[in-house]
Design a protein around this ligand. Structure first.
Ligand code: FEO
Length: 169
């Protein structure tokens, strides 16, 4: 059975994963209307779906452990970007924020000696290692490419493959 503070903290994480899904959906939509960013758009559509899965997994766990998973209200995410570079910086910043939040949950689980939740959270800990890694790699690539148009062309062409090879699933 989840404690009240743990239930509340997990529900906050539900909201953060839902916000991530919305933020990446907005990135996908913005990318889709830019010339030549079809691959990037596809990447963020997939990323958005994945965040929804993260949210659902949490909701099911909360309910399974005797809590009540709350469907959150959400603020509108950033919907336009001045360029692909600032969008990917935002992507990395967002993932770092999620990692911090997961770490706080792990801390709380240990403090409460809630080993079931601690065990459940390990999946998210591993997931964040992968998410941060792929966001960092993409930012590094963009840094290298700079304003080079053919580099950007290849970045867009290869991005979904990067995503698949970076993930173990
Ligand atoms: Fe569910 Fe990308 O954090």
């Amino acid at each position: 059975m989840l404690s009240k503070p743990m239930q509340e903290a997990l529900n906050n994480q539900v909201k953060l994963e839902a916000s991530s899904s919305q933020a990446y959906l907005a990135m996908a939509s913005w990318s889709e209307i830019q010339p030549g960013l079809d691959g990037v758009a596809e990447f963020f559509f997939l990323q958005s779906e994945e965040e929804r899965v993260h949210m659902l997994k949490l909701m099911r766990f909360i309910n399974e452990r005797g809590g009540f998973a709350i469907v959150p209200s959400l603020d509108q995410p950033i919907v336009t970007y001045k360029g692909i570079k600032s969008m990917f910086e935002e992507f990395l910043a967002h993932e770092l924020k999620v990692s911090d939040s997961i770490n706080d949950l792990v801390d709380l689980a240990l403090k409460e000696r809630d080993y079931a939740t601690h065990n459940f959270l390990q999946w998210y800990v591993s997931e964040q290692i992968e998410e941060e890694k792929s966001a960092r790699i993409l930012n590094d690539k963009l840094e290298l490419i700079g304003e080079d148009k053919s580099g950007l062309y290849l970045f867009d062409r290869d991005i979904t493959a990067t995503r698949q090879s970076g993930k173990k699933r």
